[in-house]
Design a protein around this ligand. Structure first.
Ligand SMILES: NC(=O)C1=CN([C@@H]2O[C@H](COP(=O)(O)OP(=O)(O)OC[C@H]3O[C@@H](n4cnc5c(N)ncnc54)[C@H](OP(=O)(O)O)[C@@H]3O)[C@@H](O)[C@H]2O)[C@@H](O)CC1
Ligand SMILES: Nc1ncnc2c1ncn2[C@@H]1O[C@H](COP(=O)(O)OP(=O)(O)O)[C@@H](O)[C@H]1O
Length: 294
């Protein structure tokens, strides 16, 4: 059994022999595109758990999900925070809940295509339980930020709960809290650690940083080596999480959706250049998309 602390030599060798640099050729054919007979629900419905008092993160994620082409994006918000969310959202729907039962009813809407939990959610027992409820639906789930921290040293319980496609999007600090191991600086070791984590959780592991690693339980690995350093800005990770969720809701497979989202995210940042803040990214996703072969 490989462990994260001591990835077996085989995992290390696989890391080096398998990994491919992120490029559109790896996932372009699987990108969603709208059909003439589609309607907003059939184009993909994203539901994001919105937190309180940290409300910006889920809204950034929602804008990115919508810009990825999802037909409808909604944020489940605590009733007390409805006015805050609604005051700065137009096409994104804020769906208030007054109790856990209300929230779980929103999650069980059969039209939902993919879930996101974590940005601004709070690393609490409630966040952990809501994550498990989303996972029980067996629909695609992206677990980011506070929802990763809510499972600190509990990756086993996460693994047991993962029934469908799932993407975990840790930065180094979140990876360490979740798996109890600091990611290595050197690429081969980082890749091997991400691969073992993917196998242990049966999820796609997207380990963020200047180089982002996308590792699958079946040992596929893509490394994105072209992100501009301007992405190291508050909220950029929330935008990435929303982008992945939007692609998943439109039916893209998780590994390719993660790689495509990272590429679009990097390209949007490049298009903007210096002075980037996270708010700039969602609006640049269409321009990034247009860089692809028609
Ligand atoms: N507009 C909004 O509403 C925004 C809301 N946001 C939301 O706020 C919530 C908390 O987010 P957060 O940024 O306060 O906490 P988190 O990212 O967990 O960092 C905690 C500690 O981890 C460590 N650390 C180690 N490696 C690291 C790395 N590679 N990158 C970063 N950190 C690394 C580092 O500790 P150090 O290593 O410095 O001791 C750091 O101090 C969360 O819900 C998020 O979604 C934000 O997205 C911003 C925009
Ligand atoms: N030095 C860097 N160069 C390029 N990209 C970076 C660098 N540092 C961070 N990033 C990217 O910026 C994003 C930061 O996400 P995250 O750490 O989750 O921040 P936040 O929680 O504030 O949204 C990730 O996509 C990460 O890969």
């Amino acid at each position: 059994m490989h462990t994260l602390a001591n990835p077996h030599r085989q995992a290390y060798n696989q890391a080096m022999s398998h990994y491919q640099s992120n490029s559109p050729a790896l996932w372009e054919a699987l990108l969603p595109s709208p059909h003439s007979n589609s309607h907003k629900y059939s184009r993909g419905y994203v539901l994001i758990q919105g937190g309180y008092p940290v409300t910006g993160a889920a809204r950034l994620a929602a804008l990115a999900a919508a810009r990825s082409g999802a037909g409808i994006t909604a944020i489940a918000v605590p009733a007390a925070a409805l006015a805050i969310y609604a005051s700065q959202l137009l096409s994104i729907m804020a769906k208030p809940y007054a109790s856990t039962l209300d929230l779980y009813a929103l999650i069980h809407d059969p039209r939902i295509g993919a879930f996101l939990i974590g940005p601004g959610a709070g690393a609490s027992k409630e966040t952990r339980e809501t994550t498990l409820t989303m996972l029980q639906t067996a629909k695609p789930v992206v677990i980011d930020a506070d929802a990763l921290t809510a499972f600190a040293r509990k990756s086993d319980s996460l693994k047991k709960a993962i029934l469908g496609q799932c993407v975990l999007t840790p930065h180094d600090g979140e990876f360490e809290k979740l798996f109890g191991l600091q990611p290595a600086d050197q690429l081969p070791e980082r890749i091997a650690q991400a691969l073992v984590a993917a196998r242990q959780t049966n999820a796609i592991i997207l380990l963020k940083g200047a180089n982002t690693i996308i590792a699958a339980p079946d040992e596929r690995v893509i490394v994105n080596e072209r992100a501009p350093a301007t992405l190291a800005t508050a909220g950029a990770g929330d935008v990435l999480a929303g982008l992945i969720t939007g692609l998943l809701a439109q039916g893209m497979p998780a590994f390719e959706a993660a790689a495509a989202a990272v590429w679009l995210h990097s390209t949007a940042a490049e298009l903007h250049g210096i002075g980037l803040i996270a708010e700039d990214l969602p609006g640049l996703i269409p321009a990034a998309w247009r860089q692809l072969t028609p």
